[in-house]
Design a binder for this molecule. Sequence first.
Ligand code: CS2
Length: 494
Amino acid sequence: MTQETLNNQTLPQLPASVTKPGYNRTAVTPGIVHLGTGAFHRAHQARYTEEVLENGESDWGIIGSSLRSPTVRDQLAPQNYLYSLVEKSNDGEQIRVIGCLRDLHVAPESPRALLDALTREEIRIVSLTITEKGYCHDPATGNLNLNHPDIRHDLANPQAPKSALGFIVYALRERKEKGLPGFTLLSCDNLPNNGRLLRQMVSEFARAVDADLAEWVEENTSCPCTMIDRIVPATTDADRDALENALGVRDNAAVMAEPFTQWVVEDNFVRGRPAWEKAGATFVEDVEPYELIKLRLLNGCHSLLAYSGYLAGFETVADVMAEPAFAALAKQFLASEASNAVKIPEGFDLEKYRQQLLERFSNRALRHRTWQIAMDGSQKIPQRWLGTLHHQLDNGGAIDLLTFALACWIRYVGAVDDAGKAIEVSDPLAKELKALCDKHRDNPRELAGVFLQFTPVFGDDLQHNQRLQQALATWLTSLDKHGVLNGVRMQMET
Ligand code: CS2
C-alpha cells in the first residue's frame, strides 16, 4: 500500500479522469462556518459550495467543525483539507476532489477556537448538520429539552459550550457585544421545518441566557428552511482501499454518495448567500411541500426497509430491494400510505419521483447499510411515519404498512433479530425502549399499548386509538409467529 496521501503536493499527480479544484484555493476567504462536518455535509452542501468557488465567488470558503470527535479533522488536516467525493452508481463511478474546506475545529479540544471562528466578521452563514438529536428538542412536542445534559452544561458554562445551540448563542452574544452583525443560521438536517425548529431552539436557549439577547438574536439572524437529499453511506475501509487503487494515493477523508442530489432552500438570508442555484440548488418561498414528500416517501420508506430488512438478515438497502417481496412492499408503501399525506408542488411529478426512489434504493454500488439507517429511530419516526399515520387515522385510510413498519421497529429495539442474533441498537432512548420490550414481550397487545403510550416518540394523542393498537398488536403477533420475511411475503400475496 502507498504511504502518500492526497494533499496539495500529490493533487497534481492524480489521474486526469479525476476532477480537481480549478480555482486558486489560497485566494479563498471563509464566509461559512459549518457545525458537524460529517460525510453528509461533505457530499452535499460542500459540493454545491465547490461549484460556487469554481464560478469565482471566492469569499464563501467553509470553516468546518466537529462537536464531538477529532476523527474528521485528523483525516483532513494532513490532506490540506482536500478530500474526494465519489459518486457511485450501478454503471460506474466519478471522482471529484473538493477544496472548499479551509480549516476544521474540534470543539471539545478548544471551544474558544470555534467561538473565535463564529465571531469573525466575515462569517455570514452558520450551517448545521448535527443530526436530529443535536437539536436537543423533544421530538414529540418540538420544545427545547432544558433537562438535556448538554443544555444544562452549556447554560452553566458559557465559555466552553458543548452543544450546537450553546456555540451559536454564545457566539451571537459576543457579536452583539462587539457591535458585529448577526448571520444566517442554515439547518441542513433532515427534520420538518428545520429552520423554524432551529429558530425556536436558538430563541429558547437565548431567552434562558438573557431576554435582551433573545430579542437581538431574533432581529439579527434568519433561519431558512431547507430540504436536503442525497444518499451518503458511511465510508468503509474497503471503499478507501478501492479509491487508493484509482487515485494512486490514500484519501482517508473520502466520502461516497449516489449521483442524485437535491437541495431546496427558502430564500431568506440576512447577510447574502452564495449563488448555490448555479450549482443546482432550488430557491423557493415555501420548502414544506418538498420536505414532506422527501421525509414521508424517501425517509419513511428507507426506515421501513431498514428495520424490516435488518430483522430479515439483509445487510444493505440494495440487498433488501433485491428480494422481490420487499421491492413490492416498498413500491406499495410509496404509492399508497406514504403518498396520501403530502401536498404536491406545482409541476411536480410524484409518480416519476416514486419510480426514481425505487431505482435509488436499488443502487448496488452504494452498499448503504440497513443498520446505519436504523440508528436513532426514536428521533426519526415522528417525522417519517407518524405524520402520515395521523393523516390516515383521521381520514379512515389504510394503516397496514405503517403499522407493519412500527411493529418491525418495536422488534428491532427489542434487540434480537429473526435469526435470534443480538442487535446493537444505537439510539439515545435504546435502554428505555428495550426495557419496554423485555417487560411485555409475551403479550403483543400489551406491548402495542405501552409503546403507543411512550410519549417521547408518540406524543399523547395516539395511545387511546383502538384501531391502531389492534393493528399493531396483530402485526406483532404475526411477526412473532412467522418472522419478517414470511410476513412480507404473505402480505404481498394478499
Ligand atoms: C437515511 C437518510 O440514515 C437515514 O436515516 O434515511 O440519511 C437518507 O439517506 C437521506 O435523508 C437521503 O437524503
